[in-house]
Design a protein around this ligand. Structure first.
Ligand SMILES: Cc1cc2nc3c(=O)[nH]c(=O)nc-3n(C[C@H](O)[C@H](O)[C@H](O)COP(=O)(O)OP(=O)(O)OC[C@H]3O[C@@H](n4cnc5c(N)ncnc54)[C@H](O)[C@@H]3O)c2cc1C
Length: 458
């Protein structure tokens, strides 16, 4: 049964007995929760997925689809600081701060600045790079295993520049990447235009990142993972989880369908994770959101063969099955304030300047989503709470799509830990739970979990 059917047919009050027998409840059916649910199901766990919305309607719905493995540096660096005032004043700028949100975001911004010191910056870079280097192979294997390999185009991506005075900036990016061991090739204008023929001759050159790629439909990707998880035995129920607490031998969740007791949970609620993490672990995480926008151009299905980012205009254009997606911008305005869809429409103005022929914006649709961002640019991937019953996978900021498959492997690797089985006294003897991890998880040299521990915020 598909996830949407489950959502429709599940009773509006309470949970079925099969739901209540789950070994683990995964809260959040975005790209992270869906990939984790699939890997955990493959370990033999009975997985119950909970989301207040149908699967894949959060940030994972509208991201740029870029497998951005080249982005190994934290979200801010010292050089960006100088440019921030100009960016904030530019109405087409990539950065916007809702000034009413300034008091709320200030502590987060202070922590972001604190993390620009050389040692934390190096630490975050190392943590990001470890995940990114493992990301594309993990995705390739996961997608091939569910027969959806064609969703991933791992043929690289371009970063282009247009102005003479940004030549040095582009060269500096290349040097920085090379020093960090990120594969990158510098391309002259002719080569950029050969690879992306629709671009304007005003483009002066670019960088090609061979070990990157894009997915052709991020929303469909979540749905495909959910379907595969369901085929592996997982169940989806649409429910809002309003609270939770650890109790003797398990976790009790308060939901819009009533209370639910399960042996353990995985919090994968994206930008909405913090209250549940606090309730279940006692740790307050400095999770905030960098809101981002996209504009989908459904008539532009043939314009680009690969994802192209503009150095000066600071946004990305990704070719997808349903059109060309223009995406980017960072807006600090929290989870509650309404979207400013003019920011999505501004992306069209930015994109028009990059093509030789005007883009067709008929039926263009704008969208806004919440990137889940922690001030050290690293996600939380961990086990916490009594007997490690609370699993955590959230805070992937600009890289949640890129890092979802490897995150899911790391989460599944917890199952191999002896304490995982021991903490499941309520699992009935006829459970399919084997305590064994899938071959993909077992055979992969996984990144160390040390940089992603919750304890760094305790
Ligand atoms: C404009 C934009 C462009 C981006 N481009 C890229 C890109 O090119 N490459 C890349 O790697 N990343 C990109 N990202 C980032 C990426 O989209 C996110 O990091 C990723 O989607 C986060 O996935 P998630 O599953 O953690 O969160 P989400 O997709 O937001 O899913 C969380 C889910 O949890 C549910 N939920 C939360 N709390 C509860 C609760 N209490 N009860 C029930 N349900 C709950 C929500 O309803 C939601 O469905 C982009 C983001 C944006 C906004």
């Amino acid at each position: 049964m598909s996830s949407s059917q489950h959502a429709q047919t599940s009773s509006d009050t309470g949970f079925s007995s099969a739901d209540s027998e789950a070994d683990i409840a995964v809260i959040g059916a975005g790209i992270i929760g869906a990939a984790c649910a699939l890997e955990l199901s493959r370990c033999g766990l009975r997985v119950l997925m909970l989301d207040r919305d149908p699967p894949g309607r959060g940030a994972s719905y509208g991201n740029a689809g870029h497998m951005a493995t080249e982005q190994v540096f934290p979200i801010a660096d010292a050089s960006l600081l100088k440019r921030i005032p100009g960016m904030l004043l530019d109405p087409l700028g990539a950065l916007r701060l809702d000034w009413r949100y300034l008091p709320t975001i200030t502590p987060w911004l202070c922590r972001l600045l604190w993390n620009l010191r050389p040692e934390p910056y190096r630490h975050s870079t190392k943590g990001l790079q470890a995940l990114n280097e493992a990301s594309l192979p993990a995705w390739r294997e996961l997608l091939d295993s569910i027969g959806q390999g064609e969703l991933l185009r791992d043929e690289g991506s371009l970063l282009v520049h247009e102005r003479n005075d940004t030549k040095d900036e582009l060269a500096a990016v290349a040097v920085r990447m090379q020093k960090q061991g990120v594969p990158v090739e510098s391309l002259p204008r002719e080569e950029v235009l050969r690879r992306a023929p629709g671009l304007t001759e005003a483009v002066r050159g670019g960088l090609f990142f061979p070990d990157t790629g894009h997915v052709t439909d991020p929303h469909f990707l979540v749905k495909a993972l959910m379907e595969a998880a369901e085929q592996a035995g997982a169940r989806f129920v649409q429910a809002d989880v309003s609270n939770g607490r650890t109790v003797n031998g398990g976790v009790r969740l308060e939901t819009s369908r009533g209370a639910l007791a399960v042996p353990r949970v995985l919090v994968a609620g994206g930008a909405h994770s913090a209250p549940l993490v606090a309730a279940l672990t006692g740790t307050t995480v400095p999770l905030d959101t960098e809101r981002g926008y996209h504009l989908m151009l459904p008539r532009e299905t043939e314009r680009l063969p690969l994802a192209v980012t503009s150095l000066e205009r600071r946004f990305i254009m990704t070719p997808m099955d349903k059109g060309l997606r223009l995406a980017g911008t960072v807006e600090f305005a929290g989870l509650e304030r309404p979207a400013r869809m003019q920011r999505a429409r501004q992306l069209l103005e930015l994109a028009q300047g990059l093509f030789a022929q005007p883009l067709d914006d008929d039926d263009a649709s704008p969208w806004m989503g919440f990137r889940p961002s922690l001030p050290d640019s690293l996600p939380v991937i961990d086990r916490a709470g009594p007997e490690g019953r609370v699993l955590l996978a959230f805070g992937h900021h600009h890289l949640g799509l890129t890092q979802a498959a490897i995150t899911a492997r790391l989460v599944a690797s917890f199952v191999a830990d002896d304490s995982f089985a021991l903490s499941t006294p309520s699992v009935p003897s006829d459970s399919a739970f084997t305590g064994s991890v899938s071959r993909a998880v077992r055979d992969t040299a996984l990144p160390s979990l040390a940089p992603y521990r919750l304890g760094r915020f305790a």
